[in-house]
Design a protein around this ligand. Sequence first.
Ligand SMILES: CC(C)(COP(=O)(O)OP(=O)(O)OC[C@H]1O[C@@H](n2cnc3c(N)ncnc32)[C@H](O)[C@@H]1OP(=O)(O)O)[C@@H](O)C(=O)NCCC(=O)NCCS
Length: 499
Amino acid sequence: MTAIKTNPRQSLTVVDNRTGKTYELPIKDNSVLATDIKNIKAQPQDERPENETSQGLRVFDPAYMNTAVIQSKITYINGQDGILRYRGYPIQDLVHKSNFLETAYLLIYGELPTSSQSSTWESEIMHHTYIHSDIEGMFKSFRYDSHPMSMLTSAFATLGAFAPEANPSLQGQKLFTKAASGDLEALQSLDKQILRIIGKAPTLAAASYRMRQGRPFNRPAQGLSYTGNFLYLLDHLSGHEYKPHPVLEKALDALFIIHADHEVNCSTATVLQVGSSLVDPYSVMAAGCSALYGPSHGGASESAIRMLMEIGSPENVPAFMQKVEKRERVLVGFGHRVYKNVDPRSTAIRELAEEVFKVTGRNKLLDTALTLAQYARESEFMRSRNLYPNVDFYSGLIYQAMGFPLDFYPVLFAVPRCVGWLAHWRQQMLTPSGVKIWRPRQLYLGHGEREYVEAEKRKEKPDAAIFDAPVQVQHGGDSKRNNLATYRDERGSVTKAKL
Ligand SMILES: CC(C)(COP(=O)(O)OP(=O)(O)OC[C@H]1O[C@@H](n2cnc3c(N)ncnc32)[C@H](O)[C@@H]1OP(=O)(O)O)[C@@H](O)C(=O)NCCC(=O)NCCS
């Protein structure tokens, strides 16, 4: 006898034990709507009014561990199986067969471009590589040793000031969202900003680098590829017909493909959060840069190399790993929120590393890195937590072999990631139902309503913890002589400064 298969209902039946009521929540694309859960209401039972129980059940998901915030057609990641696809194409295929600008087109517009689409796209991007010369002045106003990410973040925000016609705060908040209904002018404006941002990103990045080097800025070169032009902007000093080494140009292009998008990672979520306020795309890019700069995200490749330099040589690996296993240190370049197996980007990057080292010479830290990776593979602590090398573990080794300074690594990540941010921003602006501002909820655990206490009646809490008031800070700019001096403060009383 064969069992008759019936299609199970695509829904979730939930019983609220507080009320005895049963709810059926539809399941679509293996998800339930958080707003359906809000329909589950109860009368408060001896609980804080701040729980707002009668207004509906809330979903608590700190750090977005299991919350889908967008419907997207851009990038698919399967962390269990180590899969990364842009618009359906496996990352390995794109690294081997595509180039960065073609991949950028794919990510933003959904299909690989035809030859003629490709050549228009490339020439438009290269046409938009120039920046207004006043922006160079912004770079020059930075301290000589400023971190290039501080400069790049500011540069994107500054760029917005040069495009008031692309600012929804000035031109009307539907400036870009009108494009969703097919408004050609809105779509042109939207796509023009995309060309401008992708075109200018290497120019701004290179300016931050040249500023640190104390070298004059180069103007974009004609006739070079996207990464070739970037290398020119970074490195050209004198002479004619500059051509970067083809292996390095190609490796950088491949690294750009690998870093172009990674679905709703921290910086892309930031981009979408900020974008949902309908602010201009330049401010959106600046926000993306800020999120990317953190050591848990795009700052990891820089931190990974600093860590390898601190370890120094392979024989010091066991001692360092013992610290990791005692949870005194984090093994930077390992672990990922989504990949709990292999990070497919790290596999592609290892192949690239071999090619680059043939030209640049082997990175001296490679032996330490490989010993560390081997030790980590065998470590019970690492294995039980599914901690494997991520993209940043190897990318830093390539950047270092190519001679980039450590603090430039996040910039080398931000330039290609602009493409992923823009793909997501465009998808957001073109949402057929319109853009709703992103406004998460909270569980309020603080005080209930309190009566204001006049200053003279206030007392310090006897059980106050160190966090409950500002701690005394050191004034770095004060000299010892100044600290020993007496002076009248703003209220006129004589004060002796404390050391
Ligand atoms: C990427 C990262 C932020 C992901 O964080 P996450 O998904 O929130 O993972 P968790 O912090 O929940 O980690 C799970 C466990 O592994 C440990 N862990 C995670 N990454 C670790 C690392 N790199 N080194 C040592 N322990 C690590 C955590 O301490 C935790 O241990 P516990 O369960 O005993 O408390 C994290 O793995 C990390 O900080 N890695 C180093 C920075 C890095 O390389 N970032 C680039 C990412 S591409």
